[in-house]
Design a protein around this ligand. Structure first.
Ligand code: ARG
Length: 467
C-alpha cells in the first residue's frame, strides 16, 4: 500500500481511482475489526452456497468438495487464532474468500462468488448470527425467569408495603412484587420468540439486488441454513434491516424492565428500607468509606438500559433516509447490534445472579407496615355492611385523621370512637388490623393472596416452557 505521503502527492492530479486508497479511507471503510465475529456464519453460508452452485452446474462435485475443505480450514484458522489478516481484507467476506483462494487456488476458489454479492451475503450472515444469538439470549432470559419463579414460590410468606408514588399504599407479598417484574420479562420472552420468524428469512440468492441468473435453488439454501422462509423480493432482501431494528427495540424494552427492577431493588437495599441485602458477589466497596456496600450490579443494569436505547435511536437514524437496496450506511448495523447483544446477554446473567443470591429481610418488611395502610380495608369492611363505597372512603379517611390527631395508629382507636364515626362498626372491626388477612382477602385472579401467587408461578412456568 502507498504511504500516506505518496497518496497526498498523487491526489493533486490523480484521476478517478488511479491512485491507491487514502489509508484513512481504508481504515474508515474496513469492517473486519468487528464483523470478524461472524466468521462462522460466513463460512456456513458459503458452504451452503457452494451446494447450490453444484446443483446449478456451476461447480462440479470435486470443486464443491475442495471449496468445503478449504472453507473448513479457514474456519479453523479463525477458531484457533491463526488467521492472518491481510492489509486489503475489507470485511469478513473478502477476508474469507481471499484466504480460501490461497488455500485451494484461485481457479476453484474464484468460482464461489458466482451469482452472489456481498449484499446478499452480509444480510444472510447477520441473520444466521442473530438467530444463534437469539437462542442464547432466550436461554438467559428463561433462566432469569425460573429463578424469579422459584424465589416467589419459596418466599411467599413475606408481606411488605406495596407503593404508589413511592408512598406506602397497601400491603402485598414480596413474591407479588417480584412477580410483577417477572410478568414484564415473560412478555419480553414472548416477543423475542415471536420475532424469530422475521430474523429467519433467507436473503441468499438475491445477489446484488436483482436476483441471480443461474436458477440457484433457494429452497435448498433455506434447508441447509435452517431458515424458516425465503425472502420474496431480492431488492428488499438485500436492504432489509428491520430484523435488527426490531431486535434493538426488543433489547431496549427489555432493558427498560431491567432498569425498573434494578431501581426497586436499589431502593429496597438502602438502610432506610432494608428489605433486601445484595450478596457480596454483586456488590462493591467504596475506596474511601469502609462501611459502604454499593449495589453496583443493579446500578449498571439501570445504567446500561440507556446505552441500549441509544443504539436503537442511532440505528433508526442511520437507516431512515437511505435510498433503495444496499448502501454502505448499512454496514453501520453491526456495531450497535453486536454491542446490544453483548450488553443484554451480560445484563440477563448478572440479573439472574443478583436475584438468585440476594437475601430478604422479612422483619424489616413487616416493620414498614403501618396500620394506616389498612384504611382501604376499613372502607371495604363498611362496604360489606352495606355502606356505599364513596361514603366508606370518607369515613375511613376520618378515622385516619382522628388517629393522626391523637398521635396513635388507627388500630388504637376505641370502640366508642369507631361507633362515633359510623354505627355500622362492631367489635369485629379489630379483625381488619391484620396484614396477612388483608393480603389474603385479595384472592381474585391477579391478587397477592397465597393461592394467586401460586397461580402466577404456575402460569409463568408454563410460559417459560412454551416454545
Ligand atoms: N462489509 C459490508 C457490510 O457490512 C459488506 C457488504 C458490502 N457490499 C458492498 N456493495 N460494498 O455492509
Amino acid at each position: 500500500m502507498a504511504s500516506e505521503q505518496d497518496f497526498t502527492k498523487r491526489k493533486l492530479w490523480g484521476g478517478r481511482f488511479t491512485g491507491s486508497t487514502d489509508p484513512l479511507m481504508h481504515e474508515f471503510n474496513q469492517s473486519l475489526k468487528y464483523d470478524k465475529r461472524m466468521y462462522a456464519a460466513d463460512i456456513k453460508g458459503s458452504i451452503a452456497f457452494s451446494k447450490a452452485l453444484l446443483k446449478a452446474g456451476i461447480l462440479n462435485e470435486q470443486e464443491q468438495k475442495e471449496i468445503t475443505r478449504g472453507l473448513k480450514l479457514v474456519e479453523q484458522e479463525w477458531a484457533n487464532g491463526t488467521f492472518k489478516i491481510a492489509a486489503d481484507d475489507e470485511d469478513i467476506h473478502t477476508a474469507n474468500e481471499r484466504r480460501l483462494s490461497e488455500i485451494i487456488g484461485k481457479d476453484i476458489g474464484g468460482k464461489l462468488h458466482t451469482g452472489r454479492s456481498r449484499n446478499d451475503q452480509v444480510a444472510t450472515d447477520m441473520r444466521i448470527w442473530l438467530m444463534d444469538e437469539t437462542k442464547t439470549v432466550e436461554k438467559y432470559l428463561t433462566d432469569l425467569l425460573s429463578v424469579m419463579a422459584t424465589r416467589a414460590e419459596t418466599e411467599v410468606d413475606a408481606v411488605m408495603p406495596g407503593y404508589t408514588h413511592l408512598q406506602r399504599a397497601q400491603p402485598v407479598r414480596w413474591s407479588h412484587v417480584l412477580l410483577s417484574h417477572a410478568q414484564s420479562f415473560a412478555n419480553d420472552l414472548e416477543r423475542l420468540r415471536e420475532q424469530y420468524k422475521r430474523i429467519s428469512v433467507l436473503p441468499l440468492g438475491s445477489a446484488a439486488l436483482a436476483g441471480n441468473p443461474y436458477g440457484l435453488d433457494r429452497e435448498l439454501l433455506r434447508q441447509e441454513l435452517n431458515f424458516e422462509s425465503i425472502g420474496e423480493n431480492s431488492m428488499h432482501a438485500v436492504a432489509d434491516r428491520d430484523f435488527i431494528t426490531e431486535w434493538l427495540f426488543w433489547a431496549s424494552l427489555m432493558m427498560n424492565h431491567m432498569s425498573r427492577l434494578a431501581e426497586d431493588l436499589i431502593i429496597y437495599s438502602t438502610a432506610e428500607f432494608g428489605f433486601i441485602t445484595c450478596s457480596d458477589a454483586y456488590s462493591t466497596g467504596s475506596s474511601i468509606m469502609p462501611q459502604k456496600k454499593n449495589p453496583d450490579s443493579l446500578e449498571l443494569l439501570r445504567g446500561k438500559s440507556g446505552r441500549v436505547f441509544g443504539q436503537l435511536a442511532g440505528f433508526m437514524m442511520t437507516v431512515k433516509g437511505i435510498p433503495s437496496t444496499y448502501n454502505k450506511d448499512l454496514q453501520e448495523d453491526k456495531e450497535p447490534l453486536f454491542d446490544c447483544v453483548d450488553t443484554v446477554g451480560a445484563a440477563l446473567r448478572i440479573a439472574e445472579g443478583v436475584i438468585a443470591t440476594l437475601t430478604i429481610n422479612p422483619e424489616n418488611m413487616a416493620k414498614a407496615l403501618t396500620m394506616d395502610m389498612l384504611a382501604t380495608d376499613i372502607a371495604d369492611y363498611l362496604v360489606r355492611k352495606g355502606v356505599p363505597f364513596r361514603e366508606t372512603h370518607h369515613i375511613s379517611g376520618r378515622s385516619v385523621a382522628l388517629a393522626e390527631q391523637k398521635g396513635c395508629q388507627i388500630s388504637d382507636l376505641s370502640m366508642d370512637e369507631w361507633r362515633e364515626l359510623s354505627d355500622k362498626f362492631t367489635d369485629d372491626v379489630m379483625d381488619v388490623f391484620n396484614f396477612e388477612n388483608s393480603v389474603e382477602k385479595r384472592n381474585a385472579i391477579g391478587g397477592p393472596a397465597r393461592v394467586m401467587i401460586q397461580r402466577q408461578v404456575d402460569v409463568l412456568r408454563k410460559r417459560i416452557n412454551q416454545q
